[in-house]
Write a protein that binds this ligand. Structure first.
Ligand SMILES: Nc1nc2c(c(=O)[nH]1)N[C@H]1C(S)=C(S)[C@@H](COP(=O)(O)O)O[C@H]1N2
Ligand SMILES: [Mo]
Length: 222
């Protein structure tokens, strides 16, 4: 049997196939994350909490669904400005993840609903030069992430937690969640994403926090 007959079940021109080929060829979406046994679920220096603490700069913007926009620009082929209807018309995903905050608490089993970052990437198509992103919240907060981490399979722009609308104190109507990085990278009240050609420090990163923030490597401070 000809070995080329074994090439995957996906039609060669499907959207998913094209995306996967592009991700593979760009080596951009390899984050090194992998399933861990239950005994290794808690990263070093963390303790488990049952509640969900609120941490932010102290002002929690009141953003109505009518006013809410997500502007995505910088080094992308197709910049977009999504309103609520356009955001909700995108494919909706669900994922269950743990939260790891640099202040040492971790919260298990959070059920998120929202738009996968990979679906957003498919819509805006990052240019080859794009390597990092700056995330902006309505409160003026900023945080930077490598594109490879933003593109993790379980990273999402979420609008529901445990099946209910994300509350204002936790960043509603929409926040980012990047489960495999410390939670300060998960911008609340998100309203702008800029694709950059180089890394640039955000709010906490200027103040000494790590540029990447991997809890498993204890990348707390730089
Ligand atoms: N827009 C915005 N996003 C933010 C912050 C913030 O101050 N403003 N704080 C970050 C920090 S330091 C943490 S630990 C988490 C806290 O999210 P939570 O309040 O939902 O637990 O949000 C992150 N995202
Ligand atoms: Mo934090």
């Amino acid at each position: 049997m000809d070995e080329t007959d074994d090439l995957g079940a996906l039609p060669p021109d499907s959207k998913l196939t094209r995306s996967k080929q592009r991700w593979a060829s760009e080596h951009k979406f390899i984050t090194g994350t992998e399933a861990r046994p239950e005994t290794e679920r808690l990263p070093p220096g963390q303790h488990r909490v049952e509640n969900w603490p609120v941490l932010d700069l102290g002002k929690q913007p009141d953003v109505s669904l009518e006013r809410w926009r997500l502007t995505v620009g910088g080094m992308v082929a197709r910049p977009v400005a999504l309103d609520w209807a356009a955001f909700m018309a995108m494919p909706q995903s669900r994922v269950r993840t743990d939260i790891h905050c640099v202040t040492t608490w971790s919260r298990y089993d959070n059920d998120w609903t929202g738009v996968s970052t990979r679906d957003l990437l498919d819509a805006v198509r990052p240019r080859d030069e794009a390597s990092h992103l700056m995330l902006h919240g309505y409160d003026g907060y900023t945080t930077n992430v490598p594109l490879a981490d933003f593109a993790a399979a379980d990273a999402m722009l979420v609008h529901q937690w445990q099946g209910k609308p994300l509350t204002r104190d936790h960043g509603g109507p929409v926040r980012l969640v990047i489960p495999h990085l410390y939670f300060w990278k998960s911008a609340k009240w998100i309203n702008r994403i800029d694709f950059l050609g180089a890394d640039k420090a955000g709010f906490w990163e200027v103040n000494g926090y790590h540029m990447r923030g991997d809890p498993w490597a204890e990348e707390r401070y730089s």
